[in-house]
Design a protein around this ligand. Structure first.
Ligand code: ZN
Length: 284
Protein backbone atom coordinates (compact mmCIF):
# COMPACT_ATOMS: atom_id res chain seq x y z
CA UNK A 1 0.00 0.00 0.00
CA UNK A 2 2.81 2.34 0.93
CA UNK A 3 4.42 1.73 -2.44
CA UNK A 4 1.14 2.43 -4.19
CA UNK A 5 0.71 5.67 -2.28
CA UNK A 6 4.22 6.69 -3.27
CA UNK A 7 3.49 5.94 -6.92
CA UNK A 8 0.26 7.90 -6.66
CA UNK A 9 2.08 10.91 -5.28
CA UNK A 10 4.65 10.73 -8.09
CA UNK A 11 1.95 10.41 -10.70
CA UNK A 12 0.07 13.32 -9.18
CA UNK A 13 3.15 15.37 -9.78
CA UNK A 14 3.41 14.22 -13.38
CA UNK A 15 -0.23 14.27 -14.37
CA UNK A 16 -3.07 16.57 -13.69
CA UNK A 17 -4.54 17.31 -10.38
CA UNK A 18 -7.78 19.20 -9.85
CA UNK A 19 -9.44 20.78 -6.88
CA UNK A 20 -12.87 20.06 -5.48
CA UNK A 21 -15.31 22.98 -5.64
CA UNK A 22 -16.26 24.53 -2.28
CA UNK A 23 -13.88 22.37 -0.19
CA UNK A 24 -10.80 23.16 -2.31
CA UNK A 25 -9.28 19.70 -1.70
CA UNK A 26 -6.71 18.66 -4.30
CA UNK A 27 -7.53 15.39 -6.01
CA UNK A 28 -6.02 13.02 -8.51
CA UNK A 29 -7.54 13.47 -11.94
CA UNK A 30 -6.29 11.16 -14.67
CA UNK A 31 -9.57 10.59 -16.46
CA UNK A 32 -11.22 13.30 -18.50
CA UNK A 33 -14.75 14.43 -17.72
CA UNK A 34 -15.68 13.46 -21.25
CA UNK A 35 -14.61 9.86 -20.65
CA UNK A 36 -16.39 9.64 -17.33
CA UNK A 37 -19.57 11.22 -18.69
CA UNK A 38 -19.66 8.89 -21.64
CA UNK A 39 -19.26 5.79 -19.43
CA UNK A 40 -21.74 7.17 -16.95
CA UNK A 41 -24.43 7.94 -19.52
CA UNK A 42 -24.02 4.52 -21.11
CA UNK A 43 -24.39 2.72 -17.78
CA UNK A 44 -27.24 4.92 -16.66
CA UNK A 45 -29.05 4.23 -19.94
CA UNK A 46 -28.73 0.47 -19.40
CA UNK A 47 -29.88 0.75 -15.81
CA UNK A 48 -32.86 3.03 -16.29
CA UNK A 49 -34.27 0.93 -19.15
CA UNK A 50 -34.99 -1.93 -16.77
CA UNK A 51 -35.57 0.01 -13.53
CA UNK A 52 -39.15 0.07 -12.26
CA UNK A 53 -40.31 3.66 -11.95
CA UNK A 54 -42.53 4.43 -8.99
CA UNK A 55 -46.22 4.91 -9.75
CA UNK A 56 -46.58 7.22 -6.75
CA UNK A 57 -47.13 10.54 -8.50
CA UNK A 58 -46.89 12.69 -5.39
CA UNK A 59 -43.62 11.17 -4.21
CA UNK A 60 -42.17 11.28 -7.74
CA UNK A 61 -43.12 14.95 -8.07
CA UNK A 62 -41.35 15.69 -4.79
CA UNK A 63 -38.17 13.97 -5.97
CA UNK A 64 -38.26 16.02 -9.17
CA UNK A 65 -38.94 19.23 -7.27
CA UNK A 66 -36.10 18.77 -4.77
CA UNK A 67 -33.80 17.49 -7.51
CA UNK A 68 -34.48 20.57 -9.62
CA UNK A 69 -33.77 22.87 -6.69
CA UNK A 70 -30.48 21.14 -5.87
CA UNK A 71 -29.53 21.19 -9.57
CA UNK A 72 -30.47 24.88 -9.62
CA UNK A 73 -28.18 25.46 -6.63
CA UNK A 74 -25.30 23.73 -8.43
CA UNK A 75 -25.81 25.79 -11.56
CA UNK A 76 -26.13 29.04 -9.62
CA UNK A 77 -22.99 28.31 -7.61
CA UNK A 78 -20.87 27.35 -10.62
CA UNK A 79 -22.13 30.32 -12.60
CA UNK A 80 -21.55 32.79 -9.78
CA UNK A 81 -18.01 31.49 -9.29
CA UNK A 82 -17.20 31.36 -13.01
CA UNK A 83 -16.80 27.59 -13.04
CA UNK A 84 -19.63 26.61 -15.41
CA UNK A 85 -17.18 24.64 -17.54
CA UNK A 86 -16.86 22.11 -14.72
CA UNK A 87 -20.47 21.02 -15.14
CA UNK A 88 -20.65 21.37 -18.90
CA UNK A 89 -22.31 18.30 -20.37
CA UNK A 90 -24.60 17.76 -17.40
CA UNK A 91 -28.09 16.66 -18.34
CA UNK A 92 -30.10 16.52 -15.15
CA UNK A 93 -32.66 13.79 -14.69
CA UNK A 94 -34.59 12.85 -11.56
CA UNK A 95 -36.14 9.44 -10.98
CA UNK A 96 -37.99 7.71 -8.18
CA UNK A 97 -37.49 3.97 -8.53
CA UNK A 98 -39.68 1.38 -6.85
CA UNK A 99 -37.07 -0.49 -4.81
CA UNK A 100 -37.05 -1.30 -1.11
CA UNK A 101 -33.33 -0.58 -0.71
CA UNK A 102 -32.57 2.44 1.46
CA UNK A 103 -30.58 4.13 -1.25
CA UNK A 104 -30.09 6.94 -3.76
CA UNK A 105 -27.35 8.05 -6.12
CA UNK A 106 -26.37 10.72 -8.60
CA UNK A 107 -24.24 9.61 -11.52
CA UNK A 108 -21.66 11.90 -13.07
CA UNK A 109 -23.60 14.03 -15.51
CA UNK A 110 -26.54 14.64 -13.18
CA UNK A 111 -28.59 11.47 -13.40
CA UNK A 112 -30.31 11.22 -10.03
CA UNK A 113 -31.99 8.08 -8.77
CA UNK A 114 -33.87 7.78 -5.49
CA UNK A 115 -35.24 4.45 -4.26
CA UNK A 116 -38.64 4.41 -2.58
CA UNK A 117 -36.99 2.52 0.31
CA UNK A 118 -35.32 5.70 1.54
CA UNK A 119 -38.50 7.78 1.76
CA UNK A 120 -39.47 6.63 5.27
CA UNK A 121 -36.12 8.06 6.42
CA UNK A 122 -36.15 11.30 4.47
CA UNK A 123 -39.74 11.84 5.70
CA UNK A 124 -40.26 15.21 4.05
CA UNK A 125 -38.97 17.60 1.39
CA UNK A 126 -36.07 18.87 3.49
CA UNK A 127 -35.00 15.32 4.39
CA UNK A 128 -34.93 14.50 0.70
CA UNK A 129 -32.79 17.59 0.11
CA UNK A 130 -30.22 16.19 2.59
CA UNK A 131 -29.94 13.00 0.52
CA UNK A 132 -29.92 14.67 -2.88
CA UNK A 133 -27.44 17.29 -1.69
CA UNK A 134 -25.11 14.48 -0.58
CA UNK A 135 -25.46 12.51 -3.82
CA UNK A 136 -25.04 15.54 -6.05
CA UNK A 137 -22.07 16.44 -3.84
CA UNK A 138 -20.33 13.23 -4.97
CA UNK A 139 -21.02 14.18 -8.59
CA UNK A 140 -19.72 17.75 -8.47
CA UNK A 141 -16.67 16.67 -6.45
CA UNK A 142 -15.98 14.22 -9.28
CA UNK A 143 -15.45 11.40 -6.84
CA UNK A 144 -15.98 8.87 -9.63
CA UNK A 145 -13.15 10.40 -11.69
CA UNK A 146 -10.98 10.31 -8.60
CA UNK A 147 -11.80 6.69 -7.82
CA UNK A 148 -11.21 5.66 -11.43
CA UNK A 149 -7.89 7.52 -11.38
CA UNK A 150 -6.85 5.71 -8.22
CA UNK A 151 -7.87 2.37 -9.74
CA UNK A 152 -5.83 3.17 -12.82
CA UNK A 153 -2.78 3.82 -10.72
CA UNK A 154 -3.25 0.58 -8.84
CA UNK A 155 -3.73 -1.42 -12.02
CA UNK A 156 -1.18 0.58 -13.93
CA UNK A 157 1.70 -0.23 -11.63
CA UNK A 158 3.99 -2.47 -13.63
CA UNK A 159 2.03 -2.16 -16.87
CA UNK A 160 2.51 1.52 -17.59
CA UNK A 161 -0.10 4.14 -17.06
CA UNK A 162 0.30 5.50 -20.56
CA UNK A 163 -1.37 2.44 -22.04
CA UNK A 164 -4.33 2.87 -19.73
CA UNK A 165 -4.71 6.47 -20.70
CA UNK A 166 -4.97 5.70 -24.39
CA UNK A 167 -8.41 6.33 -25.78
CA UNK A 168 -10.76 3.39 -26.04
CA UNK A 169 -8.65 1.31 -23.70
CA UNK A 170 -10.55 -1.79 -22.66
CA UNK A 171 -8.94 -1.53 -19.25
CA UNK A 172 -10.50 1.88 -18.84
CA UNK A 173 -13.87 0.39 -19.71
CA UNK A 174 -13.35 -2.32 -17.11
CA UNK A 175 -12.37 0.20 -14.50
CA UNK A 176 -15.41 2.26 -15.43
CA UNK A 177 -17.71 -0.66 -14.84
CA UNK A 178 -16.12 -1.50 -11.52
CA UNK A 179 -16.41 2.10 -10.49
CA UNK A 180 -20.08 2.44 -11.19
CA UNK A 181 -21.09 -1.15 -10.66
CA UNK A 182 -24.38 -0.34 -12.33
CA UNK A 183 -23.86 -3.05 -14.88
CA UNK A 184 -23.96 -5.61 -12.12
CA UNK A 185 -26.99 -7.21 -10.57
CA UNK A 186 -26.49 -5.11 -7.48
CA UNK A 187 -27.78 -2.04 -9.24
CA UNK A 188 -25.90 0.16 -6.85
CA UNK A 189 -22.70 2.06 -7.02
CA UNK A 190 -19.63 0.63 -5.38
CA UNK A 191 -18.51 2.37 -2.23
CA UNK A 192 -16.86 5.72 -2.18
CA UNK A 193 -14.15 6.03 0.41
CA UNK A 194 -14.68 7.52 3.81
CA UNK A 195 -13.03 10.84 2.94
CA UNK A 196 -15.29 11.19 -0.09
CA UNK A 197 -18.37 10.36 1.98
CA UNK A 198 -17.62 13.06 4.53
CA UNK A 199 -16.82 15.51 1.74
CA UNK A 200 -20.15 14.72 0.04
CA UNK A 201 -21.87 15.42 3.36
CA UNK A 202 -20.21 18.83 3.56
CA UNK A 203 -21.01 19.69 -0.07
CA UNK A 204 -24.56 18.46 0.43
CA UNK A 205 -25.11 20.86 3.32
CA UNK A 206 -23.92 23.80 1.24
CA UNK A 207 -25.98 22.80 -1.79
CA UNK A 208 -29.17 22.34 0.21
CA UNK A 209 -28.57 25.71 1.88
CA UNK A 210 -28.13 27.42 -1.49
CA UNK A 211 -31.32 25.69 -2.66
CA UNK A 212 -33.19 27.16 0.31
CA UNK A 213 -33.34 24.19 2.66
CA UNK A 214 -32.26 24.46 6.28
CA UNK A 215 -29.06 22.38 6.58
CA UNK A 216 -29.82 21.70 10.26
CA UNK A 217 -32.24 19.05 8.98
CA UNK A 218 -29.24 16.85 8.21
CA UNK A 219 -28.82 15.98 11.90
CA UNK A 220 -32.25 14.38 12.49
CA UNK A 221 -32.02 12.67 9.08
CA UNK A 222 -28.73 10.96 9.97
CA UNK A 223 -30.08 10.10 13.39
CA UNK A 224 -33.00 8.32 11.73
CA UNK A 225 -30.59 6.58 9.37
CA UNK A 226 -28.38 5.43 12.22
CA UNK A 227 -31.37 3.71 13.77
CA UNK A 228 -31.89 1.57 10.72
CA UNK A 229 -28.53 -0.09 11.29
CA UNK A 230 -25.86 -1.38 8.93
CA UNK A 231 -26.46 -1.69 5.24
CA UNK A 232 -24.55 -1.95 2.00
CA UNK A 233 -26.27 1.14 0.65
CA UNK A 234 -24.24 3.89 -0.94
CA UNK A 235 -25.00 6.38 1.81
CA UNK A 236 -23.47 4.13 4.45
CA UNK A 237 -20.99 2.50 2.12
CA UNK A 238 -17.83 3.07 4.05
CA UNK A 239 -19.47 3.16 7.43
CA UNK A 240 -18.13 6.39 8.80
CA UNK A 241 -19.47 5.66 12.26
CA UNK A 242 -22.78 7.42 12.76
CA UNK A 243 -21.43 9.39 15.68
CA UNK A 244 -18.40 10.58 13.67
CA UNK A 245 -20.51 11.51 10.72
CA UNK A 246 -23.05 13.45 12.77
CA UNK A 247 -20.26 15.18 14.71
CA UNK A 248 -18.61 16.25 11.44
CA UNK A 249 -21.92 17.49 10.07
CA UNK A 250 -22.50 19.56 13.20
CA UNK A 251 -19.12 21.24 12.64
CA UNK A 252 -19.96 21.95 9.01
CA UNK A 253 -23.43 23.38 9.47
CA UNK A 254 -22.16 26.91 10.27
CA UNK A 255 -20.41 27.07 6.86
CA UNK A 256 -23.64 26.02 5.13
CA UNK A 257 -25.63 28.50 7.23
CA UNK A 258 -23.45 31.31 5.93
CA UNK A 259 -24.60 30.47 2.41
CA UNK A 260 -28.16 30.10 3.63
CA UNK A 261 -28.23 33.42 5.46
CA UNK A 262 -26.48 35.37 2.73
CA UNK A 263 -28.87 34.12 0.07
CA UNK A 264 -32.14 33.77 1.90
CA UNK A 265 -31.73 36.22 4.75
CA UNK A 266 -30.97 35.68 8.41
CA UNK A 267 -33.66 33.85 10.30
CA UNK A 268 -35.30 32.57 7.14
CA UNK A 269 -37.44 29.54 7.78
CA UNK A 270 -37.33 26.29 5.86
CA UNK A 271 -37.88 26.48 2.14
CA UNK A 272 -37.77 30.20 1.45
CA UNK A 273 -37.14 28.94 -2.07
CA UNK A 274 -40.88 28.67 -2.31
CA UNK A 275 -41.35 32.30 -1.45
CA UNK A 276 -40.62 33.86 -4.77
CA UNK A 277 -36.85 34.30 -4.61
CA UNK A 278 -35.03 33.38 -7.77
CA UNK A 279 -31.48 32.58 -8.67
CA UNK A 280 -31.02 36.23 -9.66
CA UNK A 281 -31.08 37.07 -6.00
CA UNK A 282 -28.16 34.76 -5.33
CA UNK A 283 -24.65 35.98 -4.83
CA UNK A 284 -21.68 34.34 -3.19
ZN1 ZN B 1 -22.20 8.95 -0.39
Amino acid sequence: MRKILFVISVIMGLYSCSSVPITGRQQLSLVSDQEVLSLSLQQYGDYIKTAKKSTDKTATALVVKVGQKIAGAVEAYFKATGQEALIAGYQWEFNLIDDSQVNAFCMPGGKIVVYTGILPYTKDETGLAVVLGHEVGHAIAKHANERMSQQMIVQGVGTGVGALLSKGSSTLQTIGSTVYGLGTELGVMLPFNRKQELEADRLGLVLMAIAGYDPNAAIPFWERMSQQGGSNMELLSTHPSDATRIAEIRKEIPEAMEYYNSIWGKGATTNPAQNGKTSNDWHF
